[in-house]
Design a protein around this ligand. Structure first.
Ligand code: NAD
Length: 314
């Protein structure tokens, strides 16, 4: 694929972060986009900004859809076919995701299952729904977002991330398995796995909200005590008053976005350049390249190391 102009793309999770930036950059290059999210306000803002920059004739449609729910994904696919008056699409970006499910041992099962259902189930459901439309095109590309947690299954010492990492390994494995499948049965369709490092988005705050966790200002005494106990188990015993702990929690969410080495817009540009270059493995950020090299150099030792490879979000 040498240009996005005149193509039709599907982007999941387009209401924020990298998904929003993918929509904006694709539309600005004359690619029609259908994007879904569970956040209606986020979608409206994305569409407003995308339409301002898009050349005439470029369509941007928004769709409320929870990618972990196959019935909703099927409806989303049907809306795309109808609203874009098409029987095919050229690009599918399986981008929607949430963090969560940190500990398999002590964590809440509902949170674990929801994280896995969105991060893996969403990629699976959307691939089931949209791969036939990619196959129906003359030139298709499936782009699945994994993470550095798809080759390194922790956020570092003291920070297990079990549901997310398990899902992201699945996304990577599925994408690599499709390489040969497409080569034999749909040679005009390509697949890529995207492995971002730390990217400046609101994923920490968004994930808390989507798991139904309270805003730090509304955390109860019991929730604050549990947070203190959890930080202590991770070796981060801090003598913080309630208001300081609430401030710390907010800072983690905002700091995750503001202190990232790569912005969401830069990440989207790297992803789209990788697609135009025909790559199947798109690493995003110097940190992703570094962690990939460190894991390959010492695959066993990487889990014994007490050295954090990423700035630890909570
Ligand atoms: N930000 C990072 O550092 C980072 C690193 C590696 C991988 N990733 C991955 O990149 C992708 C994009 O994340 P982001 O950082 O832009 O986060 P983000 O929170 O800014 O954007 C994700 C979007 O997905 C949406 N979403 C969540 N659950 C959904 C569902 N069930 N159905 C539909 N939409 C849903 C959210 O509402 C949000 O708008 C995710 O798959 C994430 O796991 C992010």
């Amino acid at each position: 694929m040498d240009s996005f102009a005149g193509r039709i793309a599907v982007v999941t999770g387009g209401g924020s972060g990298m998904g929003r930036e993918l929509v904006l950059q694709l539309a600005a290059q004359g690619c029609s986009v259908a994007t879904c999210d569970v956040n209606a306000d986020g979608l409206t803002e994305t569409a407003r900004r995308a339409q301002k920059e898009a050349p005439d004739g470029t369509r941007v449609t928004t769709h409320l859809c929870d990618v972990s729910d196959e019935t909703q994904v099927t409806r989303f696919r049907d809306e795309v076919v109808e609203q874009h008056e098409t029987d095919h699409v050229h690009l599918v970006f399986n981008n929607a995701g949430i963090g969560g499910g940190a500990s398999f041992v002590t964590g809440d099962r509902e949170e674990w299952d929801r994280t896995f259902a969105v991060c893996w189930g969403g990629v699976y459901n959307c691939s089931r729904a949209f791969v036939p439309l990619l196959v129906a095109s003359d030139d298709g590309y499936l782009v699945n977002t994994s993470s550095v947690n798809g080759f390194w299954a922790t956020l570092g010492p003291g920070f297990p991330h079990t549901a997310y990492s398990t899902a992201k390994f699945a996304v990577k494995g599925f994408s690599e398995a499709l390489l040969e499948d497409f080569r034999i049965y749909a040679p005009h369709v390509k697949v890529a796995v995207v492995m971002p490092g730390h990217i400046g988005t609101d994923i920490v705050t968004n994930s808390r909200r989507l798991h139904g966790q309270p805003d730090p200002d509304r955390m109860s005494d019991a929730e604050l005590d549990e947070m203190r106990a959890d930080l202590a188990r991770r070796g981060l015993a801090m003598e913080l008053a309630d208001h300081e702990l609430r401030g710390f929690m907010k800072m983690v969410g905002e700091g995750f976005r503001e202190n990232a080495p790569t912005s969401a817009a830069e990440a989207a540009t790297i992803i789209l350049e990788g697609v135009l270059a025909g790559e199947w493995r798109i690493l995003v950020g110097d940190d992703a390249h570094r962690i990939d090299a460190e894991v390959r150099a010492d695959p066993e030792g990487i889990y014994r190391s007490s050295k954090p490879l990423l700035a630890p979000p909570v």
